[in-house]
Design a binder for this molecule. Structure first.
Ligand code: ADP
Length: 394
């Protein structure tokens, strides 16, 4: 019987999962339940170790009305029997918030869960789902060792100044600071840098994680120096449906002048803004790229403009720039967006090789570029699997 590690990344409308034999190798199975609580209901899809789609007749049917509570046990039942001759010996979870103190992955215990429950107000849209998944696994497999890996941990190396808002001290002391997110993705990229950059990996590197959620991290010696997301995952770059950095006076105006409630403002900022709101069409960059509508083109242009401005600001935070890495759905696949961003960073010594960029090559900078520019696929699940194995083996 060989051992496997289960990885769960549970979001508000999706559950991503993976099953690893060797955490250093490709997962035996990787998949997603999408559409939870929306549209026609949950849809499970998965790929095997070779990257082949698991046939529909091997995938359990999903109850259209099922929420997270029902989906997690049925997913675990399927995964536990997925491959004969294997058994799940540990589970690792992506947990969005680890607060001020948790600077690395932790074994799950009652005390840890109580500490993480107390952080729910800081990430109300994500943390409850993450913790419910841990509890669902405990109920289904009592005694199974579990590990929590936090999106905030990677940024705890930042100087105090990079974490402060210019607010009264009492609020800082109460935890209203810049936490930063996407840490598991940044940790993966940091681990992959030496292979691609040699000694320059230890220099000043900007990593742009451009997915539906988008942020940038400034790294020195492969540690976080500053990042564009702050107290919440709303700050910084324009995103798929989130606005990114915004004049806080706009929020006061919407509430006082337009009579909007806090819940309505939250919905506007998290769900109706970003590429979706500016284009009036969609948050899918593929669709926007194919569209000739001026609103679609303006949305993409604003996305690139805002990303370039944030990246230049973070280059100032680390006092220079040696390399840029693009990752996540847009960063790995959109030559157009990468080109539009890098065209605005020429004054920092950035020049692209157009052919390499069009081909999504690993190195897309021109030979003459003072700054190396890379495209690296991220692997958050791999980071969780390795941390889980490291904390639970022996
Ligand atoms: P999430 O934050 O949901 O994990 P992803 O990292 O999967 O997001 O990124 C989703 C984004 O990537 C979407 O905007 C999608 O349009 C974009 N994307 C995916 N493939 C391509 C592609 N081939 N060209 C351009 N954009 C792409």
């Amino acid at each position: 019987m060989s051992d496997t590690v289960l990885v769960l990344n549970v979001g508000s409308s999706s559950i991503k999962f993976a099953l690893y034999g060797d955490p250093a190798a490709r997962p035996l199975l990787r998949g997603k339940i999408a559409g939870i609580g929306i549209g026609a209901g949950p849809v499970l899809s998965a790929r095997d170790e070779a990257g082949n789609v698991v046939p529909a007749d091997e995938i359990p049917a999903q109850d259209p009305a099922a929420g997270h509570d029902a989906l997690i046990p049925s997913l675990l039942t399927w995964l536990a029997g997925y491959q004969r001759g294997t058994r799940i010996v540990a589970a690792g979870h992506r947990v969005v918030h680890g607060g001020r103190d948790l600077a690395g992955p932790q074994m799950v215990s009652d005390a840890l869960l109580a500490e993480l429950d107390a952080l729910v107000p800081l990430a109300p849209l994500h943390q409850p789902h993450n913790l419910a998944a841990i509890r669902a696994v405990s109920a289904f497999m009592p005694g199974l060792p579990q590990v929590a890996c936090f999106d905030t941990s990677f940024h705890r190396t930042q100087d105090r100044l990079a974490q402060l808002f210019a607010l009264p001290r009492a609020l800082t002391d109460a935890g209203i600071i810049r936490y930063g997110f996407h840490g598991l993705s940044y940790e993966y990229v940091a681990s992959a840098l030496p292979v691609h950059l040699g000694g320059r990996a230890e220099g000043r590197v900007l990593v742009a994680h451009l997915g539906n959620g988008a942020s940038v991290c400034a790294m020195r010696a492969r540690q976080s120096v500053a990042t564009s997301m702050g107290f919440t995952a709303l700050d910084g770059l324009m995103m798929g449906r989130r606005c990114g950095a915004i004049d806080p006076g706009v929020l006061l105006h919407l509430m006082e002048g337009h009579g909007m409630t806090a819940a309505e403002v939250a919905h506007l900022l998290y769900e109706e803004s970003g590429l979706f709101g500016v284009s009036g069409l969609t948050n899918d960059v593929r669709v926007l790229e194919a569209s000739t509508a001026p609103e679609a083109q303006e949305a993409l242009a604003l996305f690139a403009y805002r990303a370039a401005c944030e990246m230049a600001s973070l280059a100032a935070a680390m006092e220079g720039l040696d390399a840029i890495v693009f990752t996540a759905g847009i960063g790995e696949n959109s030559a157009l967006v990468r080109d539009a961003i890098c065209a605005r960073l020429g004054w920092l010594g950035v020049a692209l090789n157009k052919d390499a960029n069009a081909a999504n090559a690993a190195r897309i900078s021109a030979a003459s570029s003072r700054v190396d520019v890379l495209v690296l696929p991220t692997d958050e699940e791999g980071v969780i699997a390795r941390a889980t194995r490291a904390l639970t083996s022996g």
